[in-house]
Write a new protein. Structure first.
Length: 393
C-alpha cells in the first residue's frame, strides 16, 4: 500500500505572470508492520515512473525492478555502531532521469496519522541525519536500475527503541500542473527505514482530549441526528504502535446506545507522535444525557487505556424557539397584570366627581335657596317639625 503526502514551497514569480507554487509529492512504501520483513515479496514503492526499494541480496534469483525480497529496510543496531546496505532506484520511464537522494526522519501527520517524511531542505534530528548515501545525486538511464550504497551510523548516545525514517529519491525536474495558478510539481518516492536501537523498549499509549459534537433536526423526530467523537492518541513510549479502538456510549439509567468492538486503526503511531482522530456516530440520540467511553489497545503490545466524555443531546434550536415564545408570552402577561393593578388602584378614573353629581341632584329636587318652591319645601318641613313638637306659631 502506498500513501502520498504533499508539501508546498513558494516558487519564483515570472514578470507579469501568476504566482508559481512548488509542490513536492512523496510516495512511501505502505504500512505492512514491523514483522513484514519475512513476508513474501512485495511491490516496490513507485509512482509509475520510478521506484525506490531495498536492494536485493547478493545472488538473489528475482532481479525484477518492481518485485523485491524486502518491502522496506528493517534494521537493528547497538548504539555507536555503523550499518551498511544498498538502496535501489529504478527508472521505469523511457527517458533519463536525475534524482536527488537523501535520508529523512519520519513522523505522523497530525490530522490523520499518515506516515510522512521531512523534505529535502528540512532539518533532520534522528535517523535521517544518521544516513549517508554514497551519492547525493544520480542520473539513471531509461528502464535502468541503480544500486546506491549507504551507511547508517548510530550515535553512541542514541536512545533505545524505534527510529523510523526513509531514503528518498527526489526528481530534480519541476513539472507543470493545470489550473489558473501556475503550479510547479516535484515528486519524490521513498523506501521506509525502520531502525531499532538495542535497549529496553517501552510501549505506552494514551488517549486524550475526548470531546463530542452533536447535531440533529430542528424538532425531534423530524430527521436523523449524528455525533462526532474527537480524540487524540499519543505514543509516549519508544516503539511504534498500531492502535486498536473500542467505543461505547450509555444514556440515562445505563441504557446502551453504542457498542463498537475493538478494531485496528489504519495507522502506525510512531514514538513521540500524537494524532487527532474522529469517530463518526450516525443515529445518535436526539434527547438524552450521554456518556462516551473510548478504550485503546495496541497490536502486539501490552497497553490498555481508557478515556471518556459526556454530553447533553438536546435539540437546542427547538429549545431556543420555545424559550423565545415563552419569553414573549411572559412579557404579554406582565403587561396585562400591570394594567389590571392600575385600574384597581383608581376605580373612579375616567368618571365625573361624586360632589358635582350630588349638587345637581339637590338642585333638581328642591331648587336653589332663592327658589320659592324650595323655601316652601323647607318651611313645610319646619312646620311639620313644629306640629310634632307643639302648636304652630
Amino acid at each position: 500500500m502506498t500513501r502520498a503526502r504533499a508539501g508546498a514551497r513558494a516558487g519564483a514569480r515570472a514578470s507579469g505572470a501568476l504566482p508559481t507554487v512548488l509542490l513536492v509529492l512523496f510516495v512511501l512504501l505502505g504500512l505492512l508492520g514491523l514483522g513484514a520483513a519475512s513476508a513474501p515479496a512485495a511491490l516496490a514503492a513507485d509512482n509509475g515512473r520510478w521506484s525506490v526499494f531495498p536492494a536485493p541480496a547478493a545472488g538473489a534469483k528475482d532481479r525484477s525492478p518492481t518485485v523485491q525480497e524486502r518491502p522496506f529496510f528493517t534494521l537493528e543496531a547497538d548504539p555507536g555502531t555503523t550499518l551498511r546496505d544498498k538502496v535501489s532506484v529504478s527508472n521505469l520511464s523511457g527517458e533519463p532521469m536525475t534524482f536527488r537522494l537523501y535520508g529523512a526522519d519520519a513522523y505522523n501527520t497530525p490530522r490523520d496519522g499518515g506516515f510522512a517524511v521531512r523534505g529535502a531542505d528540512e532539518k533532520n534530528t534522528d535517523v535521517g541525519s544518521w544516513v549517508r548515501l554514497a551519492r547525493s545525486s544520480i542520473t539513471i538511464p531509461a528502464r535502468t536500475r541503480a544500486d546506491i550504497p549507504f551507511t547508517v551510523t548510530v550515535p553512541a548516545d542514541a536512545s533505545p527503541g524505534d527510529h523510523p525514517g526513509a531514503i528518498v529519491a527526489l526528481d530534480t525536474r519541476v513539472g507543470a500542473a493545470p489550473g489558473d495558478v501556475r503550479v510547479g510539481v516535484r515528486r519524490a518516492v521513498g523506501a521506509r527505514v525502520y531502525l531499532r536501537v538495542a535497549g529496553p523498549g517501552l510501549a505506552a499509549l494514551s488517549v486524550e482530549h475526548v470531546t463530542v459534537g452533536h447535531g440533529g433536526p430542528l424538532f425531534p423526530g423530524t430527521g436523523d441526528s449524528h455525533a462526532t467523537i474527537r480524540y487524540t492518541l499519543v505514543n509516549r513510549g519508544n516503539v511504534s504502535l498500531t492502535p486498536r479502538l473500542a467505543v461505547t456510549a450509555r444514556g440515562l439509567f445505563g441504557r446502551t446506545l453504542l457498542d463498537r468492538p475493538a478494531r485496528t486503526l489504519p495507522l502506525e503511531l510512531l514514538p513521540g507522535q500524537r494524532v487527532e482522530l474522529t469517530e463518526p456516530w450516525a443515529g445518535a440520540p436526539q434527547f438524552d444525557r450521554v456518556g462516551v467511553r473510548l478504550r485503546v489497545t495496541a497490536v502486539r503490545a501490552d497497553v490498555d487505556e481508557t478515556a471518556g466524555a459526556s454530553f447533553l443531546a438536546v435539540p437546542w434550536a427547538a429549545v431556543g424557539l420555545a424559550l423565545a415564545l415563552l419569553g414573549g408570552l411572559a412579557v404579554l402577561l406582565v403587561r396585562i397584570r400591570a394594567r389590571r393593578r392600575a385600574a384597581q388602584a383608581d376605580p373612579a378614573a375616567g368618571e365625573e366627581p361624586y360632589e358635582a353629581g350630588g349638587t345637581d341632584l339637590a338642585a333638581r329636587a328642591g331648587g336653589g335657596p332663592d327658589d320659592p318652591g324650595a323655601t316652601g319645601a323647607t318651611g313645610a318641613t319646619g312646620a311639620t317639625g313644629a306640629t310634632v313638637g307643639g302648636r304652630t306659631a
